[in-house]
Design a protein around this ligand. Structure first.
Ligand SMILES: Cc1ncc(C[n+]2csc(CCOP(=O)(O)OP(=O)(O)O)c2C)c(N)n1
Length: 516
């Protein structure tokens, strides 16, 4: 077998069964090897940011890395924005980046570039095969790195000659190191803080602390101390609804964030850092907690968060049994008539199917959905952790590949959706079970507010022109059709609810464009 086949076999042995790919000449041996080796599903993305975003979504649902296949430095560079988001979400991904043959690099051919330099800011590990016999072992190592801690991004550079040269065989799987247990002193400090603060305490959760077994322990801690539960502003993935405790989030809007945290005397961090403002604004604070608030970091996202929470619950003498879930809120009535943020939130909440996977990139249109959706049935809520927009449709591809039996719901602003609309084609080709809602307000609405926030009053027509998506008006139904997906345009809330419900009932990809 050649180096490429030894790599594919090593990936399979290490538990990788999915590869999101956009190949070129230097990756042809890897592509050919996919046919010789059973056990890997290969999914084509038409732009690399679709590929990397899909790998992020796949990890977030399964906590198992997918591979990406990317074409040299430019292919990797196209995927950087969603790798940035994936890194901020602490996702595990194995990037396989093709490279010129080792002896060809000296000639500075057109696609020659500093791949390691491009990879560095988004990769916790970079491995470069120097010879064919390195390839299998590097592949196994890359998977192990990707699976370590909360998840890591491992980028392996594969020169073409190391892929085509004959080698002896694949490498065995390696075991990632176990997650670290936090010190007793951190647990004791957190217990004292939460006990002292009572209802003025806040337990802020990140990473896998926002998933079921941890949330059940967090509920016990909240029940015994009276503390609030929150995430620091966004969640890579949060399980919600049903019998799970209600977990708030620090709002994006600065004044709201300050108000949300103003009565917090003690903040305990498990699996996340302290909440900070998304941006600095003239004359406004970067840190969101009051100066009087004491902060106790307990566990880093890579640590064993379930163990940390269980020990914290024990230290607080929280009763062992499961805490009863919050009372079910009534589902809102389906709205009719003109579009508003409140009506959008009501319609989505009323219709969201149980066990939906929600990719929230709805920005200003969806400001009310997160809170309202507490009245929905059990679902997962995934957000952009890196602030680089264009993440939700690619992520949906990965989530739907990972969880084919669940409905994936994308809630996206039209501006965000434009960055990676090629994801629609992959949804169609793979017939993924995804409903895409595009909030077509035909502006970068959030940036209008940001203009005021940074102190620009009375923006001129050129500035306003940079924030509008009209002239021409985009046609998302036509764009969906061009990518192989049926879509419908609605302009009123009754029609929206009917179209959204019909899309949810259809297996496979559907798009609803709400123009307002
Ligand atoms: C990669 C990247 N480019 C640009 C931005 C800046 N940006 C933030 S929000 C936004 C507009 C989002 O528009 P849309 O998705 O339509 O949502 P709306 O603000 O209208 O609710 C832009 C351009 C960004 N965050 N990331």
């Amino acid at each position: 077998m050649n180096g490429a086949e030894s790599l594919v076999r090593s990936l399979v042995v290490s538990g990788v069964d999915t590869c999101f790919a956009n190949p070129g000449t230097s990756e042809m041996h890897f592509v050919a090897a996919l046919d010789h080796v059973p056990g890997i599903r290969c999914v084509l993305g038409l732009q690399e940011n679709v590929v990397t975003g899909a790998a992020d979504g796949y990890w977030r649902m399964l906590h198992k890395p997918a591979a990406t296949l990317l074409h040299l430095g430019p292919g990797l560079a196209n995927g950087l924005s969603n790798l940035h988001n994936a890194r901020k979400a602490n996702s595990g991904i194995v990037n396989i980046v093709g490279e010129h043959a080792t002896y060809h690099l000296q000639y500075d051919a057109p696609l020659t570039s500093d791949i390691d330099g491009i990879a560095r800011p988004v990769s916790q590990w970079i491995g470069r095969a120097k010879a064919a016999h390195d390839v299998a072992k590097l592949g196994a190592e890359a998977v192990t790195v990707a699976r370590s801690g909360s998840g890591k991004i491992a980028t392996m550079v594969l020169p073409a000659d190391t892929a085509w040269t004959e080698v002896t065989g694949p490498a065995p799987a390696m075991v990632p190191p176990p997650r670290a247990k936090v010190d007793d002193s951190a647990i004791a400090a957190a217990a004292a803080a939460l006990k002292k603060a009572g209802t003025r305490g806040m337990l802020v959760l990140g990473g896998h602390a926002l998933l079921r077994p941890c949330l059940e322990v967090a509920a016990r801690i909240a029940a015994v101390t009276g503390c609030q539960l929150s995430n620091p502003g966004a969640s890579a993935r949060m399980e919600r609804g049903g019998d799970l405790p209600r977990v708030g989030r620090v709002p994006y809007i600065l004044s709201q964030a300050l108000a949300y945290l103003k009565d917090t005397d003690e903040m305990v961090l498990v699996g996340c850092r302290r909440p900070v403002a998304f941006f600095a604004y003239p004359g406004q604070p970067s840190l969101l907690t009051p100066e009087t608030c004491n902060i106790t970091p307990v566990a880093d996202v890579d640590d064993d968060l379930l163990d940390a929470l269980e020990r914290l619950a024990d230290a607080l003498k929280a009763p062992k049994g499961k805490v009863a879930g919050p009372a079910q809120l009534p589902k809102p009535a389906l709205p009719e008539g003109g579009v508003s943020v409140e009506k959008i939130a009501a319609a989505i909440t009323a219709l969201l199917p149980d066990h939906a996977i929600v990719l929230d990139e709805s920005l200003t249109s969806g400001r009310g959905i997160f809170a309202a959706a507490e009245a929905a049935g059990p679902h997962d809520w995934l957000q952009n952790m890196g602030g680089s927009i264009g993440y939700s449709m690619p992520m949906a591809v990965g989530c739907a590949v990972a969880c084919p039996d669940r409905k994936v719901v994308v809630l996206t602003g039209d501006g965000s959706a434009f960055y990676t609309l090629q994801a629609l084609w992959t949804m169609a080709r793979e017939q993924l079970n995804i409903t895409v809602v595009v909030f077509a307000n035909r502006t970068y609405n959030i940036l209008r507010g940001e203009l005021t926030n940074v102190g620009v009053s009375n923006p001129g027509p050129r500035a306003v022109d940079m924030l509008t998506l009209d002239r021409p008006d985009p046609d998302w139904v036509a764009l969906a059709k061009g990518h192989g997906i049926a879509g419908v345009r609605v302009t009123e809330m009754g029609d929206f609810s009917r179209a959204f419900a019909a899309a949810l009932e259809t297996r496979g990809p559907q798009l609803v464009e709400l123009v307002f």
